[in-house]
Design a protein around this ligand. Structure first.
Ligand code: AMP
Length: 280
């Protein structure tokens, strides 16, 4: 497995392997890799002849009071995991490499970027869209793999890829969870033992809504209220949002249907966690 640091090297790799005709896959990550990331690499390995993983903690998607500086960085272990998953190349640029001195170009996916996490984290999706655009332009992959864990991110990136007429198809992979239901996240390492237990309220709320939908409830107001109810037993958790939205536009719906996104974000102590489900 090769480790490259510059856009020029990544592009040269991509153009080199493209010559041999195989499908190229890219898995963008911020590192601190876990089994959720591994599932994306495995999906990429399964459908692509060549797989690149990017590891880059992207400063522009963090707000001024967020955890950019203390975000977990485990580069050696990340490379070991990537290698074990059969990844061909790890792209690990510096901030200056992706944001050259004087960088002034950003990708704004208007409207949709202000919803869900975008409402609570102003500028977050502008940072995400910008860095993913840079990665897609650099790697020129046929397929780029993302987790449903960040469902709103998927909606924004799908819009961006259409709008910019990029030649990459977005592939979405299912949420990988701990045995007890907690969605894997690089931020779970921040949780104390007590918070770890409290954090189960997120997946519990989601399962509750799925159960209600399975038994015939379709009214968004009733489903959101039931999800909110789950958190009453966990006063230490501060719910940021619980929303039932169209997965394409992220606009609220009144009636749940197949493909509707139920998204939850909550603060467990100082850690903000998200979880979701796509209703069947
Ligand atoms: P991150 O490193 O947190 O930016 O995540 C990189 C990619 O991994 C994103 O596409 C995430 O949606 C995906 N991802 C993170 N956690 C999970 C998970 N528990 N299951 C599946 N994919 C995940």
């Amino acid at each position: 497995m090769e480790i490259v640091r510059t856009v020029a090297e990544l592009r040269a790799w991509s153009r080199g392997v493209r010559g041999s005709g195989g499908v190229i896959g890219l898995v963008p990550t911020m590192g601190a890799l876990h089994a959720g990331h591994a599932s994306l690499m495995r999906a990429a390995r399964g459908s692509c002849a060549f797989v690149a993983v990017s590891i880059f903690v992207n400063p522009t998607q963090f707000g001024p009071s967020e955890d950019f500086a203390r975000y977990p960085r485990t580069f050696e272990a990340d490379c070991a995991m990537a290698e074990a998953e059969g990844v061909d190349v790890v792209f690990a640029p510096t901030v200056e490499e992706l944001y050259p001195a004087g960088a002034a170009t950003y990708v704004d996916v208007e409207g949709i970027s202000d919803r869900l996490d975008g409402a609570s984290r102003p500028g977050h999706f502008r940072g995400v869209a910008t860095v993913v655009a840079k990665l897609l332009i650099a790697a020129e992959p046929d397929l780029a793999f993302f987790g449903q864990k960040d469902a709103a991110q998927v909606s924004i990136l799908r819009r961006m890829v259409v709008d910019l007429r990029l030649a990459t198809r977005i592939v979405v992979c299912p949420i990988v969870r701990e045995r007890d239901g907690l969605a894997l996240s690089s931020r779970n390492v921040y949780l104390s033992e007590a918070e770890r237990t409290q954090s189960l309220a997120l997946s519990r709320a989601i399962r509750r809504v799925e159960g209600l939908v399975a038994s015939g409830e379709r009214r968004a107001s009733a489903l959101v209220a039931a999800a909110r109810d789950t958190f009453v037993a966990e006063p230490a958790i501060r719910v940021d949002y619980i929303a039932l939205v169209d997965w394409t536009t992220l606009k609220p719906v009144e009636t749940a249907a197949t493909g509707t996104l139920l998204a939850v974000a909550a603060w467990v102590g100082a850690t903000r966690l998200i979880d979701n489900t796509i209703l069947e």
